[in-house]
Design a protein around this ligand. Structure first.
Ligand code: BG6
Length: 471
């Protein structure tokens, strides 16, 4: 057997988010979340009411099929499963007097199943699904009130699950707030009327809430490791001009600000300068400053794509790739949804983050959204997704290079383990899983699960600690 490329304690698995997999949107005492009024994806207009026309109402029915799904994850050899808890299952309105026992019991059962299969859970506390009531009553994270409410929610999760869960993430892709303020922050002010001052204030509230939750987690669960989660998107200059390089620096700073605060515990000079020049004064109390000093144990991130940047603002395409926008790279291929494919960018990001923050890293999302066709091979229904295998192989080989560069990488959870509703487009046809789910954009399908070719391939990668990547 050829040599392993990954350490024996490397955590291998997959990732999912509550609103994209669970379904049961109106069951189990769950309140509405912002996702229940986003039937067409992250940038689509909000619908007036939550209804069954939203693919997330059923999603892929993980709420009822979690045991079957987790058994499949175990069959693939997962040692970790990253999933999120829906705040609105625990506090239907976000600030109810008591948490919902029914909601807590659902996640108890998920954890029981993971334990049975010896799969380490990793919990995201907030993955783009703020309780709708908090959005409507408070304008979401634009209000300071949400800091205490989040801390209260975190306290309930730690008290209930803390003895069984070591890895915790506070906010999914915390740096996406400015790009999708309703989905990521429950901010109901229409995006074209939203001032930068309000956006930065909302981001500040999330950063303080994340730090408070980190502090509390450390007090209540001394063994836990609490991380931040950042949308990583390396930026290259479109040309070698110094002006383009400066545009790269500034674009990266806008993105990495969130990691800088969560790792270093204060706001960097470049951000304070930007605030000064824009005439924005953040409402920041002395306690906020003290709270921010509760920095994270590790940095987790999603990685799908890279972009270029140019000093010419007209070259930018808003929303290009994964939410952040940028200038298309003339040298890279792209997925059908225009997300450019750049495996080496992952090695670059791993090195950049380690150099910058000196914290262990965890890749908690990486994958290819593609259309899959269910076919029959020797009487077994499957998907011959060689394109997905290539994507993961090329990216994992770059992770192996980063390990050789001396970057401490704790694990890799592919996005997603099973097909699920897309976050940006709410399509089922944008599939990421190693497990095919028979569910379609028009709501048809049996919800049956089928192992794709990438299922067997990933199992072999995990079993051989990456040695099979070289075959
Ligand atoms: C990340 C999100 O931005 O990208 C996930 O954390 C999302 O929720 C993933 O599903 C892939 O994006 P999309 O839009 O293709 O589902």
């Amino acid at each position: 057997m050829s040599a392993a490329l990954f350490p024996s304690d490397f955590l291998w698995g997959g990732a999912a988010a509550a609103h994209q997999v669970e379904g049961a949107a109106f069951e189990g005492g769950k309140g509405l979340s912002v996702q229940d009024v986003l039937p067409r994806g992250s940038r689509s207009p909000r619908s007036a009411a939550a209804g069954a026309d939203n693919p997330k109402a059923v999603a892929v029915d993980f709420y009822h099929r979690y045991a079957e799904d987790i058994a499949l994850f175990a069959e693939m050899g997962y040692s970790v499963f990253r999933f999120s808890i829906a705040w609105s299952r625990i506090f239907p309105n976000g600030d109810d007097a008591e948490p919902s026992e029914e909601g807590l019991v659902f996640y108890d059962r998920v954890l029981d199943e993971l334990e049975r299969h010896r799969i380490e859970p990793m919990i995201t506390m907030s993955h783009y699904d703020l309780p709708l009531s908090l959005a409507e009553r408070f304008n979401g994270w634009a209000s300071r009130e949400l800091i205490d409410l989040f801390e209260r929610y975190a306290r309930v999760l730690y008290a209930r699950f803390g003895s069984r869960v070591k890895y915790w993430l506070t906010f999914n892709e915390i740096n996406a707030l400015a790009h999708v303020p309703f989905m990521a922050g429950g901010i109901t002010t229409p995006q074209n009327e939203l001032s930068e001052a309000v956006l930065y204030q909302a981001a500040h509230h999330q950063l303080v809430a994340s730090a408070m939750a980190t502090k509390l987690g450390r007090e209540m669960m001394p063994e836990a490791r609490i991380g931040c989660m950042i949308l990583a998107q390396p930026v290259y200059p479109l040309t070698p001009s110094p002006e383009d390089q400066l545009a790269v620096l500034q674009s990266e700073q806008a993105n990495l600000l969130f990691g800088d605060v969560q790792v270093r515990g204060n706001y960097p000079g470049y951000f304070l300068r930007a605030l000064r020049e824009k005439g924005i004064e953040l409402a920041m109390t002395a306690q906020d400053r003290i709270a921010l000093r509760n920095t994270v144990d590790f940095v987790s991130f999603s990685y799908y794509t890279s972009v270029c940047e140019s000093a010419d603002p007209s070259a930018r395409v808003e929303g290009l790739g994964n939410l952040m926008g940028g200038v298309p790279n003339p040298l890279l291929p792209a997925s059908e949804w225009g997300w450019q494919i750049d495996p080496m960018g992952l090695r670059l990001v791993l090195n950049q983050f380690w150099d910058r923050w000196q914290k262990p890293l965890f890749i908690v999302e990486n994958g290819l959204g593609a259309r899959d066709e269910l076919v029959e091979v020797d009487g077994v229904r499957t998907v011959l997704d060689d394109y997905r295998i290539s994507y993961h192989r090329d990216h994992l080989l770059q992770v192996a290079e980063a390990l050789k560069d001396g970057v401490p990488v704790l694990g890799y959870t592919s996005w997603g383990c099973l097909d699920m509703v897309s976050s940006s487009t709410a399509q089922m046809s944008k599939r990421y899983g190693q497990i095919y789910v028979d569910r379609h954009d028009d709501g048809s399908g049996t919800l049956e699960r089928y192992r794709k070719k990438s299922f067997t391939w990933y199992r072999e990668v995990i079993r051989t600690a990456g040695a099979s990547l070289r075959r």
